[in-house]
Design a binder for this molecule. Structure first.
Ligand code: SAM
Length: 237
């Protein structure tokens, strides 16, 4: 084993997720592939086995504790990088229909390779989120849209909200967040038609702070959103 089976089991159960032996083996293989692939292609700064278990896998699995994820739901992970949280959600529940978006294809090549090795199936799409949000195939089609460590909350909201279906949930995962980012982010969510219904603050097993802002889409997003990348960063919501 590359990772510690005990640490994987205990850190998943910290977030209420129980894993089978087969799932632990899949997490182990994913971690080993991430570690090895990272020697050729820069995917992540976290490459030690315990770090991967806690800061990538368990941190991703926290969504199961705080978001009402049901069997077979359509979930989008925007700016997935090396597959977090998307791949971890899929390993823990392969009934989920996970779509992972990223603007950098070399990271997606890793995910495609790793999921194929594990026999898991996901849509892994090389596209900027704000472009995906204007495509019929993706716009307002997801039950849950999440994103971890991608952009400031107000910018991220315009990237992601157009992808959420009406009555669906936007669940951005953030680390430490300044009061200013939080206030501007929550006001952006309100401006783009989302109803904030919960803010969850918790610590991962290392003690580091995390936040998930849970909002629900009550009506269709105006066709003027998302604007293009330059407009979003020049004049964020
Ligand atoms: N979510 C992963 C994680 O937590 O490990 C990766 C985080 S990494 C810091 C941010 C990722 O977001 C990068 O892979 C970057 O290419 C992607 N990204 C940033 N802006 C994006 C956009 N507008 N659309 C799609 N991907 C984007």
């Amino acid at each position: 084993m590359f990772i510690s089976r005990e640490l994987m089991l205990s850190s998943a159960s910290y977030f209420g997720v129980s894993l089978t032996d087969n799932q632990v083996d899949m997490f182990d293989s994913y971690a080993k592939m991430l570690h090895d692939y990272n020697e050729k292609v820069n995917l992540t700064a976290i490459t030690d086995p315990d770090g991967i278990v806690i800061k990538h896998f368990a941190d991703s699995l926290a969504l199961f504790k705080y978001v009402d994820i049901k069997n077979g739901m359509k979930i989008a992970d925007v700016g997935t990088g090396a597959g977090f949280p998307g791949s971890a959600l899929l390993i823990a529940d392969n009934s989920l229909k996970v779509t992972m978006f990223d603007a950098v294809n070399k990271k997606l090549d890793f995910i495609r390779y790793a999921l194929c090795e594990l026999g898991l199936c996901a849509d892994v799409v090389h596209i900027r989120a704000e472009d995906a949000g204007r495509q019929k195939e993706y716009r307002e089609t997801f039950d849950i849209v999440t994103a971890r460590a991608v952009a400031q909350l107000r910018i991220l909201s315009e990237y992601c909200v157009p992808l959420v279906k009406v009555s669906g949930v936007f669940a951005p995962m953030k680390g430490e967040i300044s009061d200013e980012e939080k206030q501007t982010g929550l006001s952006a969510l309100n401006n783009i038609g989302m109803k904030l219904y919960d803010t969850v603050s918790y610590n991962i097993p290392t003690g580091e702070a995390r936040n998930i802002f849970l909002s629900k889409k009550l009506s269709h997003t105006s066709p003027k959103y998302p604007r293009n990348s330059a407009q979003i960063s020049k004049k964020p919501l």
